[in-house]
Ligand binder design. Structure first.
Ligand SMILES: Cc1cc2nc3c(=O)[nH]c(=O)nc-3n(C[C@H](O)[C@H](O)[C@H](O)COP(=O)(O)OP(=O)(O)OC[C@H]3O[C@@H](n4cnc5c(N)ncnc54)[C@H](O)[C@@H]3O)c2cc1C
Length: 326
């Protein structure tokens, strides 16, 4: 009889991320709802060194799945490792973060475990049923599982991050046999970037098709640097090749929930709103005062971006004590 919640911790290049702590926050809500213990499985080439941190954050037991074959991420190996941990734990629910990696592992894991699957969970009900947005956030689906075991991915910035508290949970090593893998990571080259991470940013400045081309994005980047904000984009701007996909906000991009979201030249189609409508304060800059984003924004500024952005950027720099040329 399955009777535990298992949070699968997927380190990013050997380090824990904020998503891991949010996952434990979601796991705690689910564990309390179903009155089952909360276990965590840390997977990776250095899982044992990361496990102590996880063990200090209110979990009941930590499974450590460490193996040299897990040093570099492949969907196949990580899904097999998560399945090994799920089987040992007797989990009724296995939860992962709704990151690119988490979603990829979740799909394979659900197949391996013959489990039900729900992605991008935003709410856990006292009954253990979950809610998730669908059709670009137009509908909220309530999902109950008919399978004894279910795999969930948890939407980013939705559940509170756990803090270290109490005495650490016991650790348990899980033996993992990678078998004959069909895929292998031969090398990894990190992208060199000094950009602020979109997912964790408190301020996001996004540009859309209204910027007219890559030149418009240069003004947007200047504005973002002055403000100390991460840069986002609409899909139409990404599809036009003006900015890389990693900046895309929305249904098929990143979900952000900053304190301040500034949308420049973005009309506000439902698929874009799906990724940013939970931002605390939304500012829209657009020539069309009637477009959806201008209508839903906390502050709407009607005008040409090419005139407004340099003025706003210079004013921010002036107030921060820089000269306009700095
Ligand atoms: C399955 C699916 C998934 C999708 N996923 C996403 C997603 O994840 N993210 C996403 O963003 N979209 C997504 N889309 C696309 C979405 O439907 C829209 O096409 C897209 O968001 C439009 O981008 P935009 O607002 O930049 O462009 P437009 O809708 O063309 O809007 C451009 C805006 O710029 C304004 N403008 C023009 N000139 C200026 C100027 N000089 N100064 C100021 N403003 C100006 C215009 O008034 C207009 O409001 C998806 C679509 C589908 C079907």
């Amino acid at each position: 009889m399955a009777n535990a919640i298992l949070a699968v911790i997927l380190p990013s290049r050997g380090a824990l991320s904020a998503a891991s702590y949010e996952l434990l926050g979601a796991g705690r809500v689910l564990a309390d709802a179903l009155k089952q213990p909360l276990l965590a499985a840390v997977i990776g080439g250095n899982a044992a060194t990361l496990a102590a941190d996880i063990a200090s954050r209110g979990v009941d037991r930590v499974l450590v799945v460490e193996h040299p074959s897990l040093s570099n991420f492949t969907e196949e190996a990580y899904a097999n490792a998560a399945a090994a941990a799920a089987k040992i734990s007797g989990a009724s629910r296995v939860i992962l973060p709704s990151t690119v990696v988490g979603r990829a592992v979740a799909a394979r894991l659900a197949v391996l475990l013959k489990a039900g699957l729900a992605t991008d969970v935003t709410e856990i009900l006292p009954s253990g049923a979950i809610r998730r947005g669908c059709y670009g956030g137009n509908l909220i689906a309530e999902v109950e599982f008919k399978t004894g075991i279910a795999v969930l991915t948890v939407a980013p910035m939705t559940f509170p991050r756990t803090e270290p508290k109490g005495s650490p949970a016991p650790l348990e090593a899980v033996s993992f046999d990678p078998g004959t893998a069909k895929s292998e990571c031969l090398s990894f080259k990190a992208e060199e970037s000094r950009e602020i991470d979109l997912g964790a940013a408190e301020k996001v400045v996004s540009g859309g098709f209204g910027l007219g081309g890559p030149e418009g994005f240069k003004l947007l980047f200047n504005f973002a640097h002055a403000l100390g904000a991460a840069v986002g984009a609409s899909r139409r701007a990404v599809d036009s090749g003006w900015i890389a996909y990693r900046h895309q906000v929305g249904l098929t991009g990143r979900t952000v929930r900053p304190k301040l979201y500034v949308a420049v030249g973005i009309s506000g189609q439902i698929q874009h709103l799906a990724g940013m409508s939970s931002s605390s304060t939304i500012v829209a800059i657009n020539t069309d005062k009637d477009c959806p984003l201008m209508q839903m924004a906390s502050i709407s500024v009607q005008g040409e971006y090419a005139e407004l952005l340099p003025l706003i950027t210079d004013e921010i720099k002036r107030r921060k004590g820089h000269t306009a040329a700095a």
